[in-house]
Design a protein around this ligand. Structure first.
Ligand SMILES: CC(C)(COP(=O)(O)OP(=O)(O)OC[C@H]1O[C@@H](n2cnc3c(N)ncnc32)[C@H](O)[C@@H]1OP(=O)(O)O)[C@@H](O)C(=O)NCCC(=O)NCCS
Length: 170
């Protein structure tokens, strides 16, 4: 089994759109996502296209595709980017039956390497919903350190919620 990560092409962005637009309310709730904050497909696609054309120091996000034996099985995005300093990552396996089988941890490790290299980071953060067990355990297993639990709106799609802040520094 080969696990690889690479930047997602603009033509592949529908995978991200489908993931959020086709999700059940319960699944979105578990990730701390407010369905009313998910942009419509067209404007989100256009925003990604525009952002992808910018130099990396001006990008609002980078999206990595996770491939198993060449097939897309998940993605990670990275936002709040300050090149040379810090960024925040997110992690998603697409199919429910692909989760909790050990691949997420490996993809997170590979994504972390990519973000540190591409963005010359000192620290990479991740702030999953405090009650969402899978990402919290995965981050710890992938080498992130727990910093604190606090109330915040962690991302542009999120509602106000309790999150755990995890960080990895190099
Ligand atoms: C978060 C996610 C990417 C992790 O990937 P994964 O392939 O499921 O994780 P792994 O199989 O590598 O498991 C890593 C650790 O998490 C634990 N874990 C994974 N899913 C779990 C679950 N549903 N409940 C409890 N523990 C879980 C595993 O047991 C393992 O820990 P351990 O080896 O110490 O027991 C994946 O579960 C996912 O996409 N979840 C839905 C999306 C989501 O919630 N994203 C987070 C948004 S911030």
């Amino acid at each position: 089994m080969s696990l690889t990560v690479r930047e997602l092409e603009i033509t592949e962005f529908d995978l991200v759109l489908d993931y959020f637009h086709d999700a059940t309310p319960e699944f979105l709730e578990s990730m701390g996502v407010d369905p009313t904050r998910i942009p419509d497909r067209q404007s989100w696609r256009e925003r990604f296209r525009g952002d992808s054309a910018l130099p990396v120091s001006q990008r609002s996000a980078i999206v990595l595709l996770w491939l198993m034996d060449g097939r897309p099985v998940g993605f990670s995005s990275c936002d709040k980017i300050k090149v040379g300093e810090r960024a925040n990552m997110h992690l998603h396996i697409l199919a429910p039956d692909g989760r909790n089988k050990g691949i997420g941890t490996e993809f997170v490790r590979k994504s972390v390497d990519y973000y540190f290299d591409k963005l010359q980071l000192k620290t990479l953060f991740c702030e999953p919903n405090a009650f969402n067990v899978a990402p919290n355990r995965t981050l710890q297993k992938a080498g992130f350190k727990y910093l604190k639990t606090h109330m915040t709106v962690p991302g542009s799609l999120s509602y106000h919620q309790a999150v755990n802040r995890w960080a990895i520094s190099r």
